[in-house]
Design a protein around this ligand. Structure first.
Ligand SMILES: [Zn+2]
Length: 56
């Protein structure tokens, strides 16, 4: 199934509201700002907070 290659979805537990969700990292102007937007509380979740390795 080749569709998996195009998706960068991650399973994330929001550090703010502690609820899990699946999302792709938001595109940002710099890699240090990569992260997710929690669909539950709508707060920004930095990628490094959820154990995503930084690039670059
Ligand atoms: Zn949240």
């Amino acid at each position: 199934v080749p569709e998996a290659a195009a998706s960068d979805k991650r399973h994330v537990v929001c550090p703010h509201c502690k609820k899990p969700f699946d999302a792709e990292p938001l595109p940002g102007p710099a890699t240090r700002h990569r992260g997710f937007k929690c669909p539950h509380c709508r707060l920004f979740v930095p990628a490094e907070r959820v154990g995503l390795p930084r690039e670059g």
